[in-house]
Ligand binder design. Structure first.
Ligand code: FES
Length: 254
């Protein structure tokens, strides 16, 4: 039996959803694989929504909004681009980045809506089913994707992605812009750190552990794990529990 992907589309109300509607009333033929969630603006699409869909076994997620410059809330789609780019960076860590896509479809582009959806369906068919779909999904990968969802929704990542345009596109009080390249470097570093920290929090859910055992479980250098533990202690998310055979054991606090 041929593989029929299950896709989810987040469509902005004013352009892409209207484009999908036009495709429907114009009787344009395209594969019926995509379920649609209508949001008022593509800027509303939280990275967590996309990651959670993948976590639940969806084979691909499409984000669609008005063309750049046409957003009905002026700049919502500029924000959508930043959030989408961050989400892709996170998903690259687990090889799921090619299962999401961003596109602009206007209310008059019914034909184009059918075309881009057909292309996405074909591309995902080529990729095959998501490793998180089916009856026995990869448990380790589920935990990794869960860590990504939590990390993407963390205060640090929200602050970084939410301020990127202001910091890199607008002059500061000295009339300078912060270089985009440098900002991207900070983002990339933060993505890895928050991903690893949330993996630690997940690993400590059922059982308290030492730095060494966390390091071997997560395949991360023990010195980096220790740094993360200290940060998580500072955030009151992890605490020292006890010493067993000269080894400190850490527990999750929440
Ligand atoms: S209203 Fe369509 S992207 Fe903002």
């Amino acid at each position: 039996m041929s593989f029929e992907p299950k896709l989810l589309g987040f469509l902005c109300n004013w352009c892409s959803y209207a484009g999908a509607d036009l495709a429907g009333v114009s009787r344009i033929q395209y594969p019926p694989n995509m379920r649609v969630i209508r949001v008022m603006c593509s800027g509303r699409i939280d990275p967590k929504f996309i990651v959670q869909a993948l976590e639940l076994g969806i084979d691909g997620v499409y984000v669609m909004g008005c063309h750049i410059g046409d957003c009905h809330y002026l700049e919502g789609n500029y924000e959508a681009v930043k959030k989408y780019e961050m989400t892709r960076e996170f998903l690259k860590l687990v090889g799921l980045d090619n299962r999401i896509r961003l596109d602009w479809v206007s209310a008059s582009e019914g034909v184009r809506f059918g075309e881009v959806v057909s292309k996405f369906v074909n591309d995902i068919k080529e990729l095959g089913p998501s490793p998180l779909s089916g009856d026995s999904p990869d448990k380790d990968l589920i935990n990794k994707v869960r860590a990504i969802r939590l990390a993407a929704g963390s205060n640090r990542m929200r602050a970084l992605v939410g301020r990127e345009r202001k910091i890199t596109e607008e002059d500061n009080v000295y009339g300078e812009k912060y270089p985009l390249e440098k900002y991207k470097e900070i983002m990339s570093q933060a993505i890895i750190e928050e991903y690893e920290r949330h993996r630690i929090l997940i690993a400590l859910e059922d059982e308290s552990k030492s730095v060494k055992s966390l390091a071997s479980e997560l395949s991360v250098d023990p010195s980096i794990i220790l740094e993360h533990i200290l940060t998580l202690k500072g955030r009151a998310q992890v605490d020292f529990q006890e010493i067993i055979k000269n080894t400190p054991i850490y527990m999750r606090r929440e």
